[in-house]
Design a protein around this ligand. Structure first.
Ligand SMILES: Cc1cc2nc3c(=O)[nH]c(=O)nc-3n(C[C@H](O)[C@H](O)[C@H](O)COP(=O)(O)O)c2cc1C
Length: 139
């Protein structure tokens, strides 16, 4: 199994409905392939972690890369894993907002403005923190 994490930039501003539809699509497909992970969106930036068999993850990433709903897909990490981090989520979702950052003691100082590709690319520990934080809501 592998875990792969990428960031990308939304094309246009997705509405709540757009995000809901995307999430439904993710869940429907990922369940079939035994893929799990977490998707985060905020301020035009997507951050996604995908876990599963290497061939399935890599194939999906090719599809995702070509998706016109976003651009500038950049893989930050692709590592073998012995166990999943997101066992309970065919695709978890976190809509990152100023408010959600405010409510977290660990993220407050950082602010939503740091949730951007450049920062995430240069701060891998922040990526891990965010992904762990996202699991708290259990959706
Ligand atoms: C940010 C983002 C994340 C996505 N994540 C997934 C995913 O986890 N699983 C998935 O099947 N499709 C995901 N997609 C959608 C794929 O690009 C593609 O539209 C979809 O897999 C095609 O599914 P279909 O064959 O059911 O139409 C994502 C798209 C975007 C823009």
């Amino acid at each position: 199994m592998i875990s792969s994490i990428y960031i990308s930039q939304a094309v246009g501003e997705p509405s709540e409905d757009d995000l809901f539809d995307l999430l439904e699509q993710c869940r429907r497909n990922n369940v079939k392939k035994g893929l799990t992970g977490m998707l985060m969106y905020g301020g035009g930036t997507y951050l996604q972690c995908l876990e599963g068999e290497a061939a399935d993850v890599d194939e999906l990433l090719k599809t995702i890369d070509a998706d016109p709903r976003h651009t500038a897909v950049k893989i930050l990490r692709r590592v073998p894993i012995a166990a999943r981090q997101f066992t309970d989520w065919s695709m978890g979702f976190e809509h990152v907002t100023e408010k959600s950052f405010e409510e977290s003691a660990g993220l407050r100082k950082l602010g939503l403005s740091s949730y951007n590709p450049e920062y995430l690319e240069n701060n891998p520990e922040m990526v891990d923190t965010l992904l762990r934080w996202a699991t708290r809501t259990k959706i």
